[in-house]
Design a protein around this ligand. Structure first.
Ligand code: MN
Length: 297
């Protein structure tokens, strides 16, 4: 199954539109991965200028192919991220953060991913982890950078609370690669450069192939003139019914209403910090319906 992105303008000051493949009407989550935004590549200035905004119940995982972004948050973190590194923010009960692309390294190309936290930890104290170097290795022509989970004896240092995998895969133009897969996981393959054949399905730039659980091996081919780069995600199907709205993940409409009000009233729940952007992003009006957990169509 092919998941196509929708174009989203993140904020009024963010210079670019981003491509969002998750959540998708056809598929809400892949394992605990519940949100996939693809930025760039772009040379535009102010490509990512996202003022202070809150999160609950999730982890944000930021991964760059080029460029540089500064993260700041309400637990005191100030952390630049560069390609090959992982910024992992665990919102837990509540955190706020901002993101600002570098003015000097303005060739931004990145993904931002969200991971739903299981109920047992979703109200934990917020934390932040910067992973300076992730396991990097080659297998059957594929160059792998493993930012979450375990693969072929390698293990990412990222602290994750469910069984998932996340990696960047590179493949030379015209090459074919194979990668072992956990048959208990469903997977997604997002093309961020070039074009791929995943088994026999053509997956063009910006699209994601969805693979239900079952297979034990990924077969992927680079079919364009340029090297292929994909984000490979997987996990045990996430069975909890989550309610996602704006930047919050909860389990009920009422929890979302409370989080929204607390943020807009600048409640201590989401802390405070200073950055070079200034200001904060208010939560929009709620739709005039009861928010519910949404199923795949
Ligand atoms: Mn955010």
């Amino acid at each position: 199954m092919l998941l196509e992105p929708r174009l989203v303008k993140l904020t009024t000051r963010t210079g670019i539109e981003i491509r969002r493949t998750l959540p998708n009407a056809k598929k809400r989550t892949i394992g605990a991965w519940c949100f996939v935004d693809h930025f760039g590549p772009t040379l535009e200035r102010e490509s990512m200028v996202v003022a202070a905004h809150p999160h609950t119940g999730l982890q944000t995982a930021t991964w760059l192919f080029s460029g540089s972004v500064e993260h700041r948050d309400s637990i005191g973190t100030v952390q630049a991220i560069n390609p090959g590194q992982l910024n992992l923010m665990t919102a837990g009960f509540g955190i706020s953060h901002s993101e600002l692309s570098s003015e000097t390294a303005n060739d931004l190309h990145a993904v931002q991913l969200w991971i739903a936290l299981p109920d047992s930890v979703r109200k934990m104290k917020p934390t932040f982890q910067h992973v300076e170097r992730v396991p990097s290795f080659e297998v059957a022509q594929l160059k792998v950078k493993l930012f979450a989970g375990t693969l072929l004896g390698h293990e990412s240092q990222a602290t994750i609370y469910s069984e998932i995998i996340g990696a960047e895969l590179q493949l030379a133009a015209g090459a074919r690669g194979r990668l072992p897969m956990d048959s208990a996981f469903e997977h997604g393959v997002l093309v961020v450069q070039g074009a791929a054949k995943v088994y026999d399905e053509l997956v063009e730039l910006g699209n994601m192939a969805y693979l239900p659980k079952g297979p034990t091996e990924l077969v992927i081919e680079s079919v364009g003139d340029e090297p292929l780069v994909v984000i490979f995600l997987g996990g045990e199907p996430f069975e909890e019914e989550i309610v996602m709205w704006w930047n919050f993940i909860a389990r009920s409409h009422d929890e979302i209403v409370a989080a929204r009000e607390q943020w807009n009233q600048r409640d201590i729940r989401f802390g405070e910090f200073e950055d070079r952007i200034g200001g904060w992003i208010p939560a929009p009006e709620l739709p005039n319906i009861t928010l519910r957990s949404r199923k795949d169509s």
